[in-house]
Design a protein around this ligand. Structure first.
Ligand SMILES: Cc1cc2nc3c(=O)[nH]c(=O)nc-3n(C[C@H](O)[C@H](O)[C@H](O)COP(=O)(O)OP(=O)(O)OC[C@H]3O[C@@H](n4cnc5c(N)ncnc54)[C@H](O)[C@@H]3O)c2cc1C
Length: 454
């Protein structure tokens, strides 16, 4: 029996999820080839270990979002299906000017009555604007942008009448936004504020590291996986086939497929040459619609002990350094109590600008940013690691206006109806979003295969 052939470009979570869902849903075997430019699968999910001691930390994606209180949660279901265990994450503290703000009383004392009122008013405004159910459904909506999609998040923040309350909110959301409030819209900014509320979503992680997710997916795939084989060109071939040209060693290889899925993040999309004027133009327009690069920089430090315990608890805390950053207590999840690990997640301008500095300098800046009450812990430094992620996430995912999900995933339907894209930038810049995208495309391809058996 002739098999349908499907090329998947990119061996990150999006590519692996697409392959897994295709394999699961297609009623019959298909011939899937995954092209991965790098030497490993998993993309921006990366759980390495320090060299001084084999202690794990998250160097890329660090938390997963749980929507199961509100509706179906495909990512939770996938993780359970893969036999992975999880545990919840929490972080209720924001450190501002050295003050640890965890409870309402802490906030009231720090902000004063006027600041507290301003914070409450902002919170009410955000919750009145979007309920947990509306939040859950928002990423699938297409249509005319509402006022919040057209306004800059900076302008909404500027309406907060108290400077302390405004700075608190900016610090709280900055690392999730991964961009500056002037570079994204109020819609995405407010969503990033609401995600801190457990009524909207919970946070969790995978025991043993988030990289177990791509590892378990890869184990189950019956696909040809081509590592260190970047795709350099895609174009229409004879009949309805698509030609994929890849670089293997110094040589170019060319193969033809019934379907091609580009499971690439936005910043890699134009690294591929899209052959022919029609396709090139369509891919350039697709790229431009989502062109809101956002940035991360991660500094992970191994300490002799988890010296902060008892002073700041939880899986992470927010800190008012670097324009607002998140500091993860990596040792709260890596199952190792021989050491302590803190991971600084810097976002936006700070991430881009500081990525020019050498690792040692970045590690020094991270240690210096520790709040006064924790500065003594710098003496326990053992090893530091830096991971730079410039331009690798999206600061206004979904684009404005949000397009019909079919249009998002099929950039050039007239002559390239068998070319699809999968990406988190089409939804919400997260693993939940890239799974939604992978599911959507896998389902579509399966329908096409059923309608048109070879
Ligand atoms: C620092 C950081 C923190 C994050 N934190 C979270 C988080 O806490 N929670 C969350 O849900 N999400 C988080 N994300 C986002 C999450 O990592 C992404 O949603 C996810 O990795 C997207 O998967 P992807 O497969 O689309 O892209 P990627 O993970 O980038 O994978 C794409 C793959 O394509 C390969 N590739 C590129 N070009 C080619 C080519 N021409 N040919 C072949 N292969 C190619 C790349 O080498 C890569 O392996 C974070 C991202 C970063 C950078």
């Amino acid at each position: 029996m002739e098999l349908w052939s499907i090329a998947i470009i990119g061996g990150g979570p999006g590519g692996l999820m697409t392959a897994y869902q295709l394999q699961k849903r297609a009623g019959r075997p298909c011939d899937i080839t995954i092209y991965e430019a790098g030497a490993r699968l998993g993309g921006k999910i990366l759980t390495p270990r320090f060299s001084t001691a084999p202690v794990a930390y998250e160097a890329g994606a660090a938390e997963l979002y749980d929507y199961s209180r509100v509706g179906d949660d495909p990512l939770r279901e996938l993780i359970a299906e893969l036999g992975l265990s999880t545990h919840p994450m929490d972080g209720d503290t924001v450190v501002m000017d050295g003050a640890k703000l965890t409870t309402d009383d802490d906030l009231l004392a720090y902000l004063g009555a006027a600041g507290w009122d301003a914070l409450e008013a902002f919170d009410r405004r955000a919750k009145d604007w979007m309920s947990p159910v509306e939040y859950y459904e928002a990423d699938w909506k297409e249509g005319v942008p509402d006022a919040m999609a057209l306004a800059a998040f900076r302008d909404v923040l500027a309406e907060i009448p108290d400077a302390g309350a405004r700075r608190y909110i900016e610090t709280l959301v900055h690392s999730d936004l991964a961009t500056e409030p002037g570079r994204t819209n109020a819609y995405y900014g407010l969503q990033n504020y609401l995600m801190n509320d457990p009524d909207y979503m919970g946070l969790y992680t995978i025991d043993g590291g988030i990289e177990r997710l791509p590892e378990e997916l890869a184990k189950r795939l019956e696909a040809t996986v081509l590592l260190e084989q970047a795709v350099v060109r895609v174009e229409r071939a004879e009949g309805d086939l698509l030609r994929v040209v890849s670089r293997c060693g110094g040589e170019l290889e060319s193969d033809e497929f019934d379907f091609v899925v580009a499971a690439l993040p936005h910043n890699w999309l134009l690294g591929v040459k899209w052959g022919g004027e029609l396709l090139r133009g369509a891919m350039e327009r697709h790229h431009a619609h989502y062109d809101h690069p956002a940035h991360y920089l991660r500094v992970s430090v191994l300490f002799a002990s988890a010296f902060w315990r008892g002073r700041i608890d939880g899986s992470f805390f927010m800190l008012d350094a670097f324009g607002g950053c998140c500091v993860y207590d990596e040792s709260s999840r890596n199952g190792d109590d021989s050491h302590g690990v803190l991971g600084w997640l810097l976002g936006g301008e700070a991430a881009v600008t500081l990525s020019n500095l050498a690792d040692a300098e970045l590690i020094r800046l991270a240690l210096e940013s520790l709040p006064e009450s924790l500065k003594f812990g710098a003496a326990e430094f053992v090893e530091g690691r830096v991971h730079r992620w410039c331009g690798s996430v999206n600061g206004m995912p979904g684009g404005v206006p949000a397009l019909d999900p079919e249009v998002r995933h099929q950039p050039e339907p007239s002559e390239h109806p068998n070319l699809f894209v999968v990406g988190d930038y089409l939804f919400d810049s997260t693993l939940n979003g890239v799974l939604d995208s992978a599911d959507f495309v896998a389902e579509w391809i399966v329908e096409e295969m059923e309608d048109d058996a070879p």
